[in-house]
Design a protein around this ligand. Structure first.
Ligand SMILES: NC(=O)NCCC[C@H](N)C(=O)O
Length: 411
């Protein structure tokens, strides 16, 4: 059987992708905890599901195999011992909001059939679901208005971020925000125990035990030699240097990691919210990541002379740096919102720069970003629009909502 992971570009024809259909976790959002759970509003579940199904159908209609995270996890946990081990680990990482809840929660979760258990872990467990027994301890008698034992994971439909396929392996990410840190545990189990992956010894370039954060929205595989990684609010310079060292050592096709520094703010949380690749020589960009002279900090990391080191050189122009590393004489940056101050800002907020390429020059985008979409078309890109009223409330677009597992290699 062929190796189960193969991603050697951002734009090669998308053969297999991992999605997560939004579920109960989205309905467990309340205004009080929105900020902490990294949402700006509460999506309406039936509509966000309809929009997500439309997104999945769009990909399937173009020949992409769609895998669902929630199904892979349930399949992974079909063995009783692995299931118990997973629940233990998940509970240990869940910073339970009441002392002594672990044992009772474990029993509760394991009482469900596996798929229901997985959906419950993802959706969150309310205290009132299991608070039936007589309260005997002081802490149990104390008034506590926090509703959850296990927090919901509403950001799971952004499958891009907890892990990223690079070449034949992946990074399983230490995520920056507490609200998302448990998400990458699912991928760790899938890679280790799911029959599709387990027997293939999938290389892990950086795993979730690494001390410094990195998220998939910052990791862009430009070709089989070059990876671009955003230095962002979510991804640290230290993790970038370490993954570069590991990639140069273990996967010999990768020669360069381009670290692109972007402003550290909520609207630009990952590199892919302001910059994506749409064709061999075309990228979307949100103009605000460059200064008034069109400059920004870009660092090129290459294998160092000593073992486990990198050599680093600085550039201050993204377009020129990309031409250099990709060996191109011309390269186009297509500005989000056409560069108009208001349109750019509005459409970037709604992920106008966050395109998912499904083949060279073919992208999936949100329908609401009509100015950016039109501009992409004017540059010869085929733009396939998907519905976005509710999906966009989580602050991520088509690239964020998809984790490529297999892409065709570029010729
Ligand atoms: N790659 C991405 O930019 N993903 C979007 C993540 C949105 C999510 N609400 C978050 O704040 O992490």
């Amino acid at each position: 059987m062929k190796h189960p992971i193969n991603v050697t570009s951002e734009i090669g024809t998308l053969k297999t992708v991992l999605l997560k259909r939004p579920g109960k976790e989205v309905e467990n959002l309340t205004p009080e905890y929105l900020q902490r759970l990294l949402f700006d509003d509460i999506p309406y579940l039936p509509i966000i599901q309809r929009e997500h199904d439309y997104f999945a159908e769009t990909l399937k209609n173009r020949g992409t195999e769609v895998l669902y995270l929630e199904k892979l996890v349930a399949e992974t946990l079909s063995d009783e011992n692995i299931r118990k081990q997973f629940v233990d680990e998940m509970l240990a990482e869940s910073q339970l909001t009441a002392n002594g809840a672990t044992a009772v929660l474990k029993e509760y979760l394991l009482s469900f059939p596996t798929q229901e258990m997985v959906d419950k872990i993802m959706g969150g467990v309310l205290k009132k679901e299991i608070d039936t027994k007589k309260k005997t301890h002081l802490y149990e008698l104390m008034e506590d208005h926090y509703p959850f034992y296990l927090d919901p994971m509403p950001n799971l439909y952004f499958t891009r971020d907890p892990a990223a396929s690079i070449g034949s392996g992946l990074s399983i990410n230490k995520m920056r925000e507490p609200a998302r840190q448990r998400e990458s545990l699912f991928m760790q189990y899938i890679i280790k125990y799911h029959p599709r992956f387990a027997s293939h010894d999938v290389p892990v370039w950086l795993d979730r035990d690494y001390q410094f954060s990195i998220e998939g929205g910052d990791e862009l595989v430009l070709n089989d030699e070059v990876v671009a990684i955003g230095v962002s609010a979510r991804t640290s310079a230290k993790a970038i240097e370490q993954i570069a060292i590991n990639l140069f050592k273990k996967q010999d096709s990768f020669k360069k990691v381009v670290a692109v520094e972007i402003p550290k703010c909520r609207a630009f949380m990952h590199l892919d919210t302001v910059f994506t690749m749409v064709d061999y020589d075309k990228f979307t960009i949100h103009p605000e990541i460059q200064d008034s002279n069109g400059q920004m900090n870009v660092y090129i990391l290459e294998k160092g002379k000593e073992e486990n080191t990198v050599s680093i050189s600085h550039r201050n122009n993204l377009q020129e740096a990309l031409k250099e590393v990709l060996g191109l004489s011309e390269l186009v940056l297509i500005p989000c919102g056409g560069g108009d101050e208001i349109a750019a800002s509005r459409e970037q907020w709604n992920d106008g720069s966050n395109t998912l390429a499904i083949a060279p020059g073919v992208v999936v985008t949100y329908d609401r970003n009509y100015i950016s979409n039109e501009l992409l078309r004017q540059h010869g890109i085929e733009v396939i629009e998907v519905l976005s009223s509710e999906l966009s409330r989580g602050r991520g677009g088509p690239r964020c909502m998809s984790m490529p597992i297999v892409r065709e290699n570029l010729k």
